[in-house]
Design a binder for this molecule. Structure first.
Ligand code: 6GU
Length: 236
């Protein structure tokens, strides 16, 4: 069973969408498990204060380091082998390779959700194994990012996708976006399904799909296309 812990000031946000569809079914089937830890439970004053001012001045507040550290220690008691991942816009960008790497963590992941301006650097230095961002934009908090991160990890956990074949050919494999797909009818609102896909000629279909994948990637993700070209050249 793949274990996920979420450390948050907003425990009511979970499991949320993770209890639905493929990840929800996988959870019911015991393929993964989610435990949510409320960081505020360790607040010491009657107001349950979780934030404090930033040294050096400037706008915004930081999460109090002792509350965050106490929560990490508690989660580690339950998951001693887990990797601690801090979700932050200043982290390493999440990609398919990272999702697969995380899915292979035997001890699972402890996901720390930042809020306000983030957390004290010393907590990161002492306890955090990985810092992850889900893209070049700023979210209101790390909680929102937990959903795409956990979903992308889980679909690489054995058994989560019922049909393992669907894992074999998809976007980001060999650094290409996927080719377009069509279903019936053969003509829809005047647009026809490419004839080659109806030809039954597997070689020609594979060739067409690769061409379309290259064309699409070149157009919308020139960065990914460069990576694809570099790998192709290395293989030669
Ligand atoms: Cl992981 N957290 C926040 N707050 N903003 C983000 C992010 C994470 N990834 C991209 N933007």
């Amino acid at each position: 069973m793949y274990k996920v812990a979420v450390l948050t000031l907003f425990p009511d946000m979970f499991p949320g969408i993770l209890n639905h569809s493929i990840t929800g079914r996988a959870k019911s089937n015991g393929l993964w498990d989610l435990k949510v830890y409320d960081i505020r439970q360790f607040a010491k004053d009657t107001h349950k204060t979780a934030d404090d001012v930033v040294y050096g001045g400037g706008a915004g507040m930081l999460m109090k380091p002792d509350l965050v550290a106490d929560t990490i220690k508690l989660a580690k008691q339950d998951m001693p082998e887990a990797k601690v991942v801090y979700l932050t816009p200043t982290g390493t960008p999440l990609n398919q390779e990272k999702a697969i790497e995380f899915a292979n963590f035997e001890g699972g992941v402890i996901l720390l959700c930042g809020h306000y301006e983030g957390i004290d650097q010393r907590v990161i230095d002492l306890y955090v194994d990985y810092e992850v961002s889900i893209g070049d934009y700023v979210l209101t908090g790390g909680e929102v990012a937990v959903f795409p991160l956990v979903d992308s990890i889980l679909r690489n956990v054995p058994g989560v996708l019922g049909n393992s074949a669907t894992l074999h050919e998809e976007s980001f494999d060999n650094d290409l976006l996927e080719y377009p797909h069509y279903t019936r009818p053969a003509v829809f609102e005047g647009l026809e399904v490419p004839k080659v896909l109806r030809s039954g000629h597997h070689g020609k279909i594979a060739e067409w799909r690769l061409e379309r994948a290259i064309e699409k990637t070149k157009k919308v993700r020139p960065d990914l296309y460069q990576k694809y070209l570099e790998k192709q050249n290395k293989e030669k």
